[in-house]
Design a binder for this molecule. Structure first.
Ligand code: C5P
Length: 322
């Protein structure tokens, strides 16, 4: 019986992490595609995308918590009164990662507008290292030498995967390499920090239920994403909130919101570093899919080498017990 339930647990973890990987792959490809093909004037405002995603995530958590209360409306109402409205201090605590994520979600668009998807993916891998450092600082985690080796191998492997395309990526006129890199480096710090903070709140932040934690985070997220929209006030008034929206933009919003929910599930059931490892796998998928979908993307010996290193790193990291 124990064996069966632990097997079920492993299956569930694999499901969560694989789904997350596919959602973020779809997100990266769609954003990059729209940002590099649509003319500047016809382009949607990224701040509106982030805001809508926060609103959708908020409603998803409202529903998920209702489900967790076994659709018992009375219990639902009293739990929300107790944990959400009755705990303003906890809500305030969640505003910290929420603001960091709001910053990160907007910076991601800056990065993807200025770098090709491949280069973006390699540089964001630095997040594995910043995340590990924040985990040591805030969660008191220690990593064995084997795990540090795996962490750096992951970084090297991802870099190798990209070596083929980085050199022959043609930069478009409105793209600025340095702005792109600066945006990515900032997100490595904000996202690394926010992720670890969220995990800390989940794992030793008292009795607040998981979906309430997300509710607290996304309600602050709606506020900070609205403020981000206000910085583009003129443009949004001028052209309208939904200017440039089409099916692809709605797909981006879908990927961003459902992807965010799955990230929170990964942090609950696994941890931040597993999340980083999953996103490395997603990079390999991005390269493979770009190769199949877009012109001018090459796959060569570096890809094979990098993939081998990444797979080895994943296995090595998981070969030592927690
Ligand atoms: O860059 P990283 O993989 O850390 O991105 C995290 C993403 O997950 C952000 O877009 C953030 O808004 C989202 N997230 C979420 N809910 C959480 C934690 C993160 O939607 N509880």
């Amino acid at each position: 019986e124990i064996e069966r339930s632990s097997r079920k647990d492993v299956c569930f973890k694999a499901y969560v992490i694989i789904t997350m990987t596919f959602l973020w792959t779809g997100y990266t490809l769609t954003v990059r595609y729209t940002r590099s093909t649509v003319k500047q004037d016809d382009l949607y405002a990224s701040t509106t995308v982030v805001l809508l995603a926060e609103i959708i995530k908020f409603f998803i958590t409202l529903f998920m918590f209702y489900r967790e209360c076994t659709y018992d409306f009375k219990e639902y109402k009293s739990n929300i009164a107790k944990y959400y409205f009755g705990a303003p201090k906890e809500l305030a605590k969640m505003s910290v990662p929420s603001i960091a994520y709001a910053l990160q979600n907007n910076l991601d668009f800056v990065a993807l507008s200025n770098l090709d998807a491949g280069l973006y993916q390699v540089t964001t891998q630095l997040k594995v290292v910043t995340t590990a450092l924040f985990m040591m600082a805030f969660l008191g985690r220690h990593f064995s030498r084997t795990r540090w080796i795996a962490i750096f191998m992951l970084f090297a492997g991802v870099a190798a995967v990209q070596l083929n395309n980085v050199s022959n990526s043609s930069s478009r006129p409105h793209e600025n390499y340095f702005i792109g890199i600066a945006a990515v480096l900032s997100t490595c710090i904000t996202a690394g920090f926010a992720g670890v903070y969220f995990e800390k709140m989940l794992k030793d932040g008292g009795t607040t239920p998981f979906w309430i934690r997300n509710m607290q985070m996304y309600s602050c997220g709606v506020v900070s994403a609205s403020i981000a929209c206000l910085t583009e006030n003129d443009r949004l008034f001028d052209k309208g909130f939904f200017h440039g929206y089409d099916m692809k933009v709605w797909a981006i919003i879908g990927f961003l919101s459902i992807g965010g929910i799955y990230i929170s599930l990964v942090m609950k059931h696994l941890d931040n570093l597993h999340k980083s490892f999953a996103s490395a796998v997603s990079i390999i998928l991005v390269v493979l899919l770009s190769f199949m979908l877009f012109q001018g993307v090459a796959i060569g010996p570096f890809f094979v080498l990098g993939t081998t290193i990444v797979v080895t790193a994943v296995l090595l990291y998981n070969s030592v017990p927690e």
